[in-house]
Write a protein that binds this ligand. Structure first.
Ligand code: LLP
Length: 463
């Protein structure tokens, strides 16, 4: 996403003539509700609270760095998605964004389904009691063992990703004496990133079967002839952190066109289409995400319209939001360590975590916000780069942001909107101990994933 270049921060104004940071917020103590989870506020002492608990208390009990997940916000977002799509559609939460047994139970209670993409995610889902028929299994290279387990467990659908997998799943299903419900993942020729999409490119990647050169139609032909498979529909996923609905519309149109071609060739109207995940969230105040009801309306309007013009029965729609559900519900809490002002440049603020708990900045140049949360401050804004403690100069958590100039070691700062793809992509780089995920709700907090210990590290190192 493009950020407007701001001429300069209040300090260093003479040197910085361009940058990718915004003007400092008028009030650095204000918490923009776009980027913070719903129960976040400041208490009378100025400390940030979530679910009625102050960060000082949370830090004391759980330590830092740690992810704090606002459970009631998570549940509310699940309900908003389920309500927006209604009873004639299905919402599958994409577990790759963040999955734990507690999350599976919340999903189950809030009526969502679950998309998994590995044996590990499948085990977590089944262990926590998600009914197998509410699970979809994805992946471009599912192993035979994973397919065996998914079919054996009776998952509701397997999303087929290649010609080889069509045959593989059919054989395994036959061996189990079942007809496995499957969708075929098609590559519709849309590549979407944040605010832009390209409607003609992007067959050159590892996922799915291309629509453009007739491969998808051939995959459908093969799937329809195999006894072990019940082909229930077609699947498309066009990217992640997308704001522009146009990419989804092109994708939906192309998927419906394929359904019409299948009807014409085989006399079969496939009953379902899945339009994937990918809806963007606000990481900074400049992002303006769509609400679930807007997304649901846009998608169902386009599918209905296209089906009417192709004289098709409208298929049941499913979607797979991951980031849009869990992303906004958590923040990462860090303790400030070394503060290093670089004259004429910016101030480097080191925290007790870094790229091991948030690789997204280093990997995708992702933008985040940050706030001083253990207290308020009336000091001037200072331009900072929040960095981790790892042995790598690219170990950046927040590239450019403003924090109060009186920031001191021991202060707590928090980075909002880290619920998605932070803990799930966390690593042990430099033998870092991966932080806990703490669910907070109604004045109570509990670790749903505990902090790693040095014993955990050593237990894998078998000498
Ligand atoms: N469905 C499929 C088939 C997917 O591949 C994905 C994400 C989703 C649903 C969920 O997409 P979401 O709603 O969360 O955008 N690590 C990257 C994101 C990778 C997304 C991979 N697939 C990041 O941190 O931005």
């Amino acid at each position: 996403m493009s950020r407007s270049a701001h001429p300069a921060g209040p300090r260093h104004a003479d040197v910085l003539t361009e940058g990718h940071y915004s003007a400092p917020a008028a009030d650095l103590n204000a918490l923009d509700e776009k980027v913070w989870s719903r129960t976040v506020t400041r208490d009378a002492d100025g400390a940030l609270t979530v679910g009625g608990m102050s960060v000082a208390r949370l830090a004391e009990e759980f330590g830092t760095p740690a992810y704090f997940l606002d459970e009631s916000d998570f549940r509310a977002r699940c309900r908003a998605w389920a309500d927006a799509f209604g009873p004639d559609a299905d919402v599958f939460y994409a577990g790759k964004a963040f999955l734990s047994r507690a999350v599976v139970r919340w999903l189950k209670e809030e009526g969502l389904n679950l998309d998994v993409c590995s044996g590990g995610e499948l085990t977590t889902a089944l262990e926590a009691g998600m009914p197998a028929e509410r699970i979809a299994f994805h992946g471009n290279n599912k192993t035979v063992a994973e397919i065996e387990r998914a079919v054996g467990a009776g998952v509701g659908r397997i999303v087929l990703d290649s010609f080889q997998e069509i045959v593989r799943v059919a054989h395994i299903a036959q061996r189990h004496g079942v007809r496995q419900r499957v969708q075929i993942r098609v590559t519709v020729g849309v590549e979407a990133h944040t605010h832009e999409f390209i409607a003609t490119a992007h067959e050159d990647q590892k996922f799915g079967i291309a629509l453009a050169d007739g491969q998808a139609a051939e995959a459908v032909r093969r799937a329809l002839t195999l006894d072990g498979l019940e082909l229930i529909g077609v699947h498309s996923h066009i990217g992640s952190q997308i704001f522009d609905m146009a990419g989804f519309e092109v994708s939906a149109r192309r998927v419906v066109q394929l359904l019409a071609e299948i009807r014409d060739e085989h006399g079969v109207e496939l009953p379902e289409i899945d339009l994937g995940g990918g809806l963007g969230i606000a990481y900074t105040s400049e992002d303006d995400p769509r609400e679930p009801h807007e997304i649901a309306k846009a998608l169902s309007d386009i599918v209905t319209r296209e089906c009417e013009s192709a004289k098709l029965r409208t298929p049941r729609i499913s979607v797979e939001p991951g980031r849009a559900i869990v992303g906004p519900t958590a923040f990462t809490l860090y303790e400030v360590g070394t503060i290093k002002p670089l004259e004429g440049l910016r101030t480097y603020v080191s925290v007790d975590g870094g790229m091991s708990d948030n690789i997204r900045t280093a990997l995708y140049d992702a933008e985040y916000s940050v706030a001083l949360v253990s207290r308020t401050s009336d000091a001037e804004p200072m331009l900072v780069r929040v960095v981790g403690k790892h042995c790598e100069s690219g170990d950046i958590v927040v590239k450019d942001a403003f924090l109060p100039a009186d920031l001191a070691p021991g202060d707590l700062i928090a980075v909002p909107a880290t619920g998605a793809y932070c803990r799930s992509m966390a690593s042990n780089y430099n033998h870092a101990l991966r932080p806990p995920v703490v669910a907070v709700r109604d004045g109570e907090a509990r670790a749903i994933v505990r902090r790693e210990t040095e014993e955990d590290l050593l237990s894998l190192d078998v000498g």
